[in-house]
Design a protein around this ligand. Sequence first.
Ligand SMILES: Nc1ncnc2c1ncn2[C@@H]1O[C@H](COP(=O)(O)OP(=O)(O)O)[C@@H](O)[C@H]1O
Ligand SMILES: [Mg+2]
Length: 262
Amino acid sequence: MSGSVDGHAEGEGRVYQASGDQHITEHHHHTDNDPSWHSPDSVRRPTVGRVPVVLRDRAEVMSRVREIVTTDDTDRTFGNRVFVLHGMGGCGKTAVAHAAFHIATTENECVGLWVDAGDRASLRSGMLAVAADRGAQEGELLAARSGLRPAADLVWDRLDRSADPWLLVLDNADDPTILRDGSWLRTSPRGTVLVTTRQAAGRWWPGAELQHIGVLPREDAARVLCDLAPTAAPSKRPPKSPTGWGDCPSHSPSRVDSWPTR
Ligand SMILES: Nc1ncnc2c1ncn2[C@@H]1O[C@H](COP(=O)(O)OP(=O)(O)O)[C@@H](O)[C@H]1O
Ligand SMILES: [Mg+2]
């Protein structure tokens, strides 16, 4: 026996060497025990920072949204759709998606699924949590997590076989290469995908319906501020000006174009 160790270990693997020439090499796959793996706490609730008290303006986009989440349609137009809300950061894409999620789950018989597509790790873990929600078995999920089974194929197989119709929101998809590289964005007859993104270029969203979310009109932006501080004393508000501060909803409710969000 030479005394040298010539086995090879990867990751946290160890090499055992016996007195003869017996070598045991451990291979470690990344599974649930991997501390870097974070599964979302829920995909059934939108993970949104601040939800608007009332969704101001957006009547046109909300009527389109109503259309795409309506499951009770005699024309059978539900499903097989990707609807992309694009616009600058802070314009209200996530707020519209949140309202769509609310309509889909309370007024229609959709299962609402919400995934943060802001980075590869959260997209991947969120989509696998979607597969789990739609009935994927623990063994299938482990295989997908450890790279032994194509993760996106598992998720979409489960979405395709969902007994309930669904709305899947992919929020913060500002880097569409993440969706493209993993082939995460697909369509299914069982549901509708709603994407929020800053990326407007149509080449990233083949076959999708694009909807621009622009900045709110000044009056509505002012109303949003009033909504956030309904008890603010009028004397503390900025003076009445062309920005519409004098048009707070509490002053003129009949003129407010609004959508309850909860
Ligand atoms: N139409 C609206 N009515 C009321 N509040 C809104 C509206 N649009 C956006 N907001 C609020 O503005 C902030 C930014 O909106 P958000 O949806 O996060 O923007 P984006 O997703 O485009 O970056 C949030 O606090 C949201 O609640
Ligand atoms: Mg957003």
